[in-house]
Design a protein around this ligand. Structure first.
Ligand SMILES: [Zn+2]
Length: 174
């Protein structure tokens, strides 16, 4: 293995990022998409694996008791935004809950690849990014969050999550 690092691109899906999406996060979406484009193109050049983590629900999922239906499998809303289309060498891991580790094969995939360090980008800072960072840290992965590469519908929640990750979880904020 030539690298121990992987990039996780979290929930950069039409339903969160596009203005007509079911759970559009707002204007921050455009800026963060551009940033991630730059970030992953340099990661690709360095040969760092890119893993897309994608919210993917069945209709009637229990999560819809809290959030309106979004990212239903097979719909346009559940697709990765065009600007960040994955390449053939990239990994795509669907998930049903906030954490990319919950009920997915992410941990096994990372271990098989010999990955010990994760770099997180995507949305939302205080939901799927935060809870993925929690589960990664509980499993002893080193975690870096790129500040300009994450966003949320709430600036206040975004700031809180960055502080919480840095102070309580030992995440490096870059
Ligand atoms: Zn969801």
């Amino acid at each position: 293995m030539k690298t121990q690092k992987a990039f996780l691109v979290i929930d950069m899906l039409n339903d969160f990022i596009k203005p007509d999406g079911a759970l559009y996060i707002g204007e921050a979406a455009q800026e963060v998409t551009k940033r991630i484009q730059t970030i992953i193109s340099s990661a690709r050049q360095e040969g760092i694996p890119i893993i897309y983590i994608c919210d993917n629900h069945r209709p009637g999922d229990a999560e819809f008791n809290m959030f309106k239906p979004h990212c239903i499998r097979g719909t346009r809303g559940a697709k990765i935004v065009e600007e960040l289309s994955p390449g053939p060498e990239d990994y795509i891991i669907p998930k049903r809950r906030y954490s990319a580790f919950f009920g997915t094969d992410l941990d096994a995939t990372l271990r098989e690849m010999g990955i010990s360090e994760l770099v997180l980008v995507g949305v939302c800072t205080n939901i799927c990014v935060l809870y993925t960072a929690v589960d990664a840290r509980m499993r002893n992965y080193s975690v870096t969050v790129i500040k300009e590469g994450v966003a949320s519908f709430s600036q206040e929640a975004h700031e809180f999550a960055l502080k919480e990750m840095e102070n309580t979880l030992g995440v490096k904020i870059e």
